[in-house]
Design a protein around this ligand. Structure first.
Ligand code: EPU
Length: 419
């Protein structure tokens, strides 16, 4: 198992290209199951979760090819096995995204229940209840969700909680249902909109994606398409914080600034000068120490839970006291305990972390517990005095393409070494 070694203290400087969004790629690849013809997906990031999805689709019998530029072609006409086995689901919860497409297209799905998770309970009750309302017969048996249906029927779905993959699963299922489906209290994340645009390019009739009410008119069939995934807003935000925390000057390219409003506001509050173009953003924190900021996570367009850990890292070395309130996941503070090992002053009270900025962090071995937690430990390592080692970085490889190469390109002293 590899680890990352980081020699802290170098202000980052330069440009970095943002990859395609993990959390748009995964539902789009699952959505390819809905199509009658071959689907080609471009701007796909080279990530472990993408490889897992390819394995998942391949295991079902889909014909999947990946070229050297990470363009993925999926032909679902050869699917013969309608299951997502526990062995894959336990490594990637997003496997649940095949549930809606399988039952809508093939009338059956056996998808392992994801079970517990490092950041919270993360139930899938809303996915299941929504599919039942669309007419699927669902039983839970042997740890599997077993769904059967002739043809799904459109319905009005009012989601209990705003759920991203829940909205995506139900929107995908509704595309092939008979009649109209209305999803109320839908998630408004840009990844939901990207998935909707992908489905529309296959012939789906969807309105309202990006608002809290999505209306889908079911069609008989969906055709093949060619689609480019949108840039990753969380990877974008992570590199901007890397620039800010090191007192550097970083420009991210090939991004969507309009998806970063809440994050850019917090960077400005922290004292960074932020510049924005049509496809780039830059952050300049040269010669300054960041100011602590208060953050409260909530569904888009509010501040994303997937950026909470990175701003916690920023607060650890900022002037003043910053409060982080996590409202989406109940156990997403593991990085706080690891950051304390680097000398951070953090007090935890339920879902609130109160961080007193210190002048300097000092290097120590730390352990990654989930994807964004790992990223935050790398950020802390970039400013800690001495050599920080981040272990269990397979978490990072699930969601950040070539992170050590991109950071090294900005001048960071970082390398991947075998443990
Ligand atoms: N929830 C339920 N019941 C459900 C579904 C969700 O109670 O049936 C609750 C969850 O427990 C949570 C809240 O609803 O408290 C919101 O969770 P959501 O369903 O939106 O999360 P998700 O769809 O499982 C996606 C991303 C996560 C991201 C969250 C929140 C993908 C593949 N994953 O997860 O990304 O944190 O939305 O924005 O899109 C990551 O990339 O590191 C990551 C964890």
């Amino acid at each position: 198992m590899d680890k990352l070694q980081i020699q802290g203290g170098v202000p980052l400087e330069g440009e970095v290209r943002i990859s395609g969004a993990k959390n748009a790629t995964l539902p789009i690849l699952a959505g390819a199951l809905l199509s009658d013809g071959p689907v080609v997906v471009g701007n796909v990031p080279h990530l472990k979760d993408v490889t897992t999805t390819v394995e998942l689709l391949g295991g079902m019998g889909a014909t999947v090819t990946v070229d050297e530029r990470m363009r993925i072609e999926v032909d679902a006409t050869t699917v013969r096995d309608y299951s997502a086995p526990y062995e894959l689901v336990k490594t990637m919860r997003a496997s649940i995204l095949v549930l809606g497409p399988l039952v809508a297209r093939f009338g059956r799905a056996d998808v392992s229940l994801p079970g517990g998770c490092a950041i919270g309970a993360r139930p899938v009750n809303i996915h299941v209840a929504g599919l039942q309302a669309l007419g699927a017969d669902i039983t839970i048996d042997g740890g599997y969700i077993r769904a059967r249906a002739d043809r799904l029927r459109g319905a009005r779905l009012v989601l209990d909680t705003v759920t991203v993959t829940g909205t995506e699963n139900l929107m995908m299922a509704a595309t092939l249902a008979k009649g109209e489906t209305v999803i109320e209290n839908a998630a408004r994340e840009p990844e939901v909109v990207d998935l909707a645009n992908f489905l529309i390019s296959m012939g789906a009739k969807i309105q309202g994606a990006g608002s809290d009410k999505i209306v889908v008119q079911g069609v008989e069939r969906l055709r093949g398409t060619h689609y480019e995934v949108l840039p990753d807003r969380i990877e974008s935000g992570t590199y901007l914080v890397a620039g800010a925390i090191t007192g550097g000057h970083v420009r991210i390219k090939n991004t969507r600034p309009d998806h970063l409003d809440a994050v850019l506001m917090k960077l400005q509050e922290a004292g960074a000068t932020v510049g924005v173009g049509d496809t780039w953003v830059e952050v300049d924190m040269r010669g300054r120490r960041p100011r602590a900021v208060d953050v409260r996570t909530a569904p888009y367009p509010a501040f994303p839970t997937d950026m909470q850990a990175q701003f916690a890292a920023l607060n650890t070395v900022a002037s003043g006291v910053g409060t982080i309130i996590e409202t989406i996941f109940e156990n997403r503070f593991m990085h706080m305990l690891e950051m304390r090992r680097l000398g951070a002053e953090i007090r935890l009270e339920g879902n609130t972390a109160i961080i007193h900025g210190v002048k300097r962090l000092t290097a120590a071995p730390v352990m990654a517990t989930d994807l964004r937690a790992s990223a935050s430990l790398v950020l802390a390592g970039l400013v800690a005095e001495g050599r920080t080692e981040v272990e269990r970085i397979y978490h990072i490889d699930r969601g950040y393409e070539a992170i050590e190469e991109k950071l090294a390109q900005l001048g960071a002293q970082i390398k991947r070494v075998p443990n």
